[in-house]
Design a protein around this ligand. Structure first.
Ligand SMILES: Cc1cc2nc3c(=O)[nH]c(=O)nc-3n(C[C@H](O)[C@H](O)[C@H](O)COP(=O)(O)OP(=O)(O)OC[C@H]3O[C@@H](n4cnc5c(N)ncnc54)[C@H](O)[C@@H]3O)c2cc1C
Length: 391
């Protein structure tokens, strides 16, 4: 690859300054100060896993969900940078945003781009009101990194599809209204040898008969993700999103939304805040240097991630840049608990009354997942290597 092509592949154009976005920041901060006044640090540490339907509805009422979508679908026609301000302020404050997060981040934009008029008109306004939640049905027991090997099948029949198969690690399936199901839709036109052909995305109402949702507990004992089993589940023909057989292109372009946001480098932010508090007003030189280094990393990641938001708004597909943001972001998120333990001696203890100890324990137990969820480190580096022309 020539150096010119290489530098184009990794362009991170700075987004233009946005006075509207900065004006919104003050409004969001004032809202969060009141709304989260009683939220303890351990709950804030849940970051974008914290679930609160009332809070999501309150954000919807303020116009802070579906912000960039057209008004006719319940959106607010604001810029990607205004949306970015809302996201980063929510995460920095440890607001409970999980209920609407996936729908706002990727399922809504997917429906906006490829959904039928009736899917858009029915669902997008409900997402924007903070009342309709989504989950992602990609991974399976034998298909995680190798997504093209999914085995769940939706066999086309006269009046729709019959689905059989199992999805795994499905975050929030037990609380969501819909799943975007990625599965095989076998047809005569897609030869079995074409791993990327003959796959599609279907909109699944999770109340449909033939779906069983079972909990999978995380290291902390929490119930965030699930196993979802489809047994002769009948979906209507209008469940199809986009084009039958084109699911691979559709799902890979969705990943740029999934991998580039501030949730990919702010998952440990509450611990960083508690660490600064624990170190007090006069930290050692070693602590000052370590904190300065972390802050510099976070500022750089923020700049990269805001740049991807600008590219998405411009209609580009910055999948490569998003992979880079997520890989670098996970490194920093995982470094925070390690550095915290070196700088401040305290036993990690979820049940501790001391905020620092409880938040440290929570973050340590979650940190291993940061470089798995949304695509593992090795897979992201494979994508980046391909972008560099090394594979
Ligand atoms: C907290 C959390 C939430 C999640 N939520 C969802 C969700 O809502 N929906 C959903 O669909 N999925 C979800 N996942 C699943 C996640 O996407 C998968 O765990 C991930 O894609 C990895 O797949 P796997 O677990 O099957 O691991 P595997 O693919 O089996 O990988 C195991 C190890 O092998 C490495 N590896 C695999 N292939 C290669 C290769 N070609 N080259 C080099 N190394 C390789 C991987 O990097 C990894 O270290 C979630 C996961 C977590 C941890």
């Amino acid at each position: 690859m020539s150096s010119m092509a290489l530098s184009n592949a990794f362009t991170f154009a700075p987004p233009p300054p946005s006075p509207q976005a900065e004006a919104l920041r003050a409004e969001v901060r004032a809202f969060l100060r009141d709304a989260l006044a009683d939220r303890p640090p351990l709950a804030r540490a849940e970051s974008w896993n914290g679930w609160d339907a009332d809070f999501s509805r309150a954000l919807g009422a303020r116009g802070w969900i579906g912000m960039t979508w057209p008004k006719k679908y319940g959106g607010h026609e604001r810029s990607a940078l205004e949306r970015y301000v809302v996201l980063e302020e929510m995460l920095a404050a440890g607001a409970p945003v999980a209920a609407h997060w996936i729908a706002d981040r990727q399922s809504g934009p997917l429906l906006l781009r490829l959904g039928t008029e009736s899917q858009r008109a029915d669902i997008l306004p409900r997402i924007a009101r903070g009342e309709c939640y989504f989950c992602i049905g990609m991974s399976e027991p034998d298909s995680g990194s190798d997504l093209a090997s999914v085995r769940t099948r939706a066999v086309p029949v006269a009046d729709g599809y019959i689905v059989n198969g199992t999805k795994l690690w499905t975050s929030s399936a037990h609380q969501a209204h819909y799943m975007i199901l990625f599965c095989r839709t076998p047809s005569n036109e897609s030869p079995a040898a074409d791993r990327h052909g003959g796959v599609s995305q279907l909109l699944v109402d999770l109340r449909t008969p033939g779906i069983s949702i079972r909990p999978v507990h995380a290291l902390t004992g929490e119930h965030h993700f699930n196993e979802v089993v489809f047994t002769d589940c009948h979906l209507p023909a209008d469940a199809l999103i986009g084009t039958q057989g084109d699911g691979w292109n559709q799902v890979t372009s969705e990943l740029a939304y999934e991998r580039s946001g501030p949730e990919r480098f702010l998952s440990s932010f509450t611990l960083l805040t508690e660490l600064v508090r624990a170190l007090g007003k006069d930290p050692s030189d070693t602590a000052t240097v370590a904190l300065g280094r972390l802050a510099a990393h976070i500022m750089t990641l923020r700049r990269l991630s805001r740049s991807v938001a600008g590219m998405l708004q411009a209609g580009d597909n910055p999948a490569l840049q998003a992979a880079l943001v997520k890989d670098l972001g996970a490194l920093v998120e995982q470094e925070v608990p390690e550095i915290a333990r070196l700088l401040h001696a305290a036993e990690p203890d979820l049940a501790a009354t001391r905020n620092y100890s409880a938040v440290l324990a929570y973050t340590m137990l979650h940190a291993p997942s940061f470089s798995l969820r949304g695509g593992t480190r090795e897979i992201l580096r494979g994508i980046i290597a391909r972008g560099l022309g090394l594979r």
